[in-house]
Design a protein around this ligand. Structure first.
Ligand SMILES: *Cc1c(COP(=O)(O)O)cnc(C)c1O
Length: 220
């Protein structure tokens, strides 16, 4: 059995049923994804628009592509025809552009709002207050299906910090579900990567995004 198939089995067996495993395949070539596909994987995550576009054209159409990277509005037309979900909505400007694209193309776009966690200023995402501000006007975004939250914990070996990040986003998700009952699809919590997905499961992750633990290190 190849390393990838073995890794995939190991990771899958550590993720409970009901939690979706997104195989983050960014920077890996199409044959590598095909191997995971042939082993039964259908959910893939990509973070570069052009790369998602090219892979989607070459791989079977029953793959559900999750876009997980920073998205510039001039690139959305590469992503939205193929993406099952955009997990990384990180500005109102982007949200409006995605909504407009959805309207022009008669398509509903499933989206997660990215909560900025941790201290790193390089990270994208909203504050809690900004997310409430958007959800207060959710009805204005007729083509957007608000499906939940995405977050990346602080990049640190300190598990207490990671737990604090996950506790914060998890509590926020629960609070939003109580406050915005009209948003019936708002149920996903996408947290956890190779290093911390097992911790994320303890905090109610409904989706984990795992790259390195499946495909090995990326060559940038
Ligand atoms: C690359 C990436 C991942 C996967 O990271 P690994 O450490 O390789 O598992 C998860 N989420 C996002 C947003 C990413 O960009």
């Amino acid at each position: 059995m190849s390393d990838i198939v073995e890794n995939l089995r190991r990771v899958r067996s550590s993720v409970p049923g009901g939690v979706e495993l997104i195989a983050v395949s960014k920077f890996h070539p199409v044959p590598v994804l095909k191997e995971a596909y042939d082993a039964g994987q259908r959910l893939f995550g990509e973070n570069r628009p052009q790369e998602l576009h090219e892979k989607a054209l070459q791989l079977p159409s029953d793959i559900r592509w999750h876009f997980i990277g920073h998205l510039q509005t001039n690139k959305i037309k590469l992503v939205l025809p193929y993406a099952f979900m955009v997990q990384s909505i990180d500005s109102e400007h982007l949200l409006r552009a995605v909504d407009e694209w959805g309207r022009s193309n008669s398509k509903k776009i499933r989206c997660l709002l990215e909560l900025h966690l941790g201290a790193e200023e390089t990270k994208h995402g909203f504050s809690e207050e900004e997310i409430r501000g958007i959800l207060d006007h959710a009805a204005d975004y007729g083509s957007i299906v608000f499906c939940g939250l995405m977050g990346m914990a602080t990049n640190t070996p300190d598990e207490a910090v990671i737990r604090a990040d996950f506790a914060r986003i998890s509590a926020f998700e629960v609070a939003l579900q109580k406050e915005y009952t009209a948003l019936t699809e708002f149920r996903e919590l996408s947290i956890g990567m190779s290093q911390d997905y097992k911790i994320a499961l303890e905090y109610g992750a409904t989706m984990v995004r795992v790259g390195t633990a499946i495909f090995g290190p990326r060559e940038y």
